[in-house]
Design a protein around this ligand. Structure first.
Ligand code: ADP
Ligand code: ADP
Length: 236
């Protein structure tokens, strides 16, 4: 059954309604692709799944997002904890301007974890899961910004994985990357779905066909179609 779902979600930027009555449920160990034309609300919806929209002035939300059965918009939700359970990877790789090790361990330190052996183990596990360990294991003290875009993106994925998320939100994670780096990140995503729930925005239909289990098609703030990708893409 669903690990995270939206129920009758409406979202407004001031007077402008960006999302209309969105009902979507996401299953563990699946990749769901959010597709649709530019400006149709894909990123807005993605950001509503871990309250990233809260940062924007004038946003109003109606309806619910349930994560493991609990409404994430309820009062007293701990946003740091929420965003470690529901992590986010952005289009533009955005490592902090410090070492790989400090990037990946950042969330653990924020969570108050001090045990060095525990942090080291989590750093290694995360970099391995993000398929970047071999490339950085001897360079953990090197500035993350000194690596290629594709490597930086996998370091950012490791940073999310270090705090043991359940759900990983990805906003066009490969569209700023060259084809080879993009293929590596796709491979990483396919491996990650064995352990996590992945929801990714993509404007690339072929990519949605390659990697996603389900596809949600947005248009003008509404869901036009939501189905298994294989079924949807085989339609005439
Ligand atoms: P997509 O990801 O599908 O390209 P977005 O979710 O970014 O679409 O945007 C959906 C709609 O909401 C667009 O009309 C966009 O202009 C508008 N929008 C996005 N962010 C904001 C914002 N911070 N303030 C006002 N309107 C916004
Ligand atoms: P330096 O010699 O500059 O300290 P190292 O690469 O040996 O560089 O170690 C850098 C940091 O990475 C240290 O804080 C260390 O604890 C950590 N570290 C070293 N090996 C591992 C590992 N296998 N997994 C996770 N972290 C590690």
């Amino acid at each position: 059954s669903a690990i995270i779902e939206s129920q009758n979600l409406n979202l407004f930027y001031g007077d402008f309604q960006a999302l209309y009555d969105i009902n979507l449920a996401f299953e563990p160990n699946e990749i769901t692709a959010l597709i649709g034309p530019s400006g149709c609300g894909k990123s807005t919806f993605l950001r509503s799944l871990n309250r990233m929209n809260d940062l924007i002035d004038g946003v109003k939300i109606q309806g619910k997002i349930l994560f493991q059965g609990n409404d994430i918009y309820a009062p007293h939700v701990d946003l740091v904890e929420l965003r470690s359970q529901i992590g986010m990877v952005f289009q533009q790789p955005n490592p902090f301007p410090f070492s790989v090790y400090d990037n990946v361990s950042f969330g653990l330190k924020l969570a108050g974890i001090k045990d060095k052996a525990q942090i080291d183990a989590a750093v290694e596990r995360s970099l391995k899961q993000a398929a970047i360990w071999d490339e950085v294991k001897d360079k953990l003290h090197q500035n993350a910004l000194s690596f290629s875009g594709g490597q930086q993106q996998r370091i950012c994925i490791a940073r999310v994985l270090a705090v043991s998320p359940e759900v990983i939100l990805m906003d066009e994670p490969t569209s700023a990357l060259d084809p080879i780096s993009s293929a590596k990140v796709e491979e990483t995503m396919l491996e990650l779905k064995e352990q996590y729930t992945i929801i990714t925005v993509t404007h690339n239909l072929a990519q949605a066909g390659r990697i996603s289990d389900r596809t949600a098609f947005f248009n003008a703030g509404k869901i036009v179609e939501f189905d298994k990708t294989k079924k949807m893409f085989l339609k005439p």
